[in-house]
Design a protein around this ligand. Structure first.
Ligand code: ZN
Length: 182
C-alpha cells in the first residue's frame, strides 16, 4: 500500500480552491495512491487536497450500494446545476475525524468533469453518489461540512476543531463507525 497521508482540518491546503489538472494522463499513479489511502481510512470518497495535493480531482467508491458497480474518478469538476428537494443526511469527513454532522444539500447535482482519458462529461447524479460528489466538490473549493451547519452545531465541536487545528499535520487515529466518511 502506497497510500498518501490524509491531512486534517487546520491544514491550509484544505481551505484553498484547487488548481485544474492539466494532463489527465499523468495522474494515474496518484489516483491509485488515493484509492489506497481512501480504503485504508475506510472512506467512500476522497479529494486530492485531502492528501495534500493541489489538484481538482476526487474519487468515490459507492460499490457497496446498488448505485454503482464501479469506482468513480472525477477530474476538473464543476457543479453546473443542482435540483430536487433539500435533504438532510449525516456526513463524516476523513479530514475531520470523529465529527459527524447533519448536512443539508440538494438531492441532485449536475457535474461537468473529465475522465482519466481526458474526455469531458456532463451528468446528473443523485443518491449517495450525488451527495458524495457535493461533499468532495466542497473540499476542492476549500469548504468543510462544518461550514454547512449552524452556529449551535459548530459550537458543539469547538474543542475538537481547535485540537485538530493544533495537530493538523499529525495523524489522528479515529475509530469512527460512521459508514459515510469522505
Ligand atoms: Zn470530507
Amino acid at each position: 500500500m502506497a497510500g498518501l497521508e490524509i491531512v486534517h482540518y487546520g491544514n491550509p491546503i484544505l481551505r484553498k480552491k484547487c488548481e485544474p489538472v492539466k494532463d489527465t494522463l499523468t495522474i494515474e499513479s496518484i489516483i491509485d495512491d488515493m484509492f489506497d489511502s481512501m480504503y485504508e481510512a475506510e472512506g467512500i470518497g476522497l479529494a486530492a487536497n485531502q492528501v495534500g495535493l493541489d489538484m481538482n480531482l476526487f474519487i468515490i467508491d459507492v460499490t457497496h450500494t446498488e448505485e454503482a458497480e464501479d469506482t468513480h474518478i472525477f477530474i476538473n469538476g464543476t457543479i453546473v446545476a443542482t435540483d430536487g428537494d433539500d435533504k438532510v443526511f449525516q456526513e463524516g469527513c476523513l479530514s475531520m475525524p470523529g465529527i459527524a454532522l447533519d448536512v443539508i444539500r440538494p438531492e441532485k447535482v449536475t457535474l461537468k468533469y473529465q475522465g482519466i482519458d481526458g474526455e469531458w462529461h456532463e451528468k446528473e447524479f443523485e443518491g449517495l453518489l450525488g451527495r458524495a460528489i457535493q461533499h468532495e466538490m466542497d473540499h476542492l473549493n476549500g469548504i468543510f461540512i462544518i461550514d454547512r451547519v449552524g452556529e449551535v452545531e459548530k459550537i458543539k465541536y469547538q474543542t475538537e476543531l481547535k485540537e485538530m487545528e493544533k495537530n493538523s499535520n499529525k495523524r489522528i487515529n479515529s475509530k469512527s463507525e460512521k459508514r459515510f466518511v469522505l
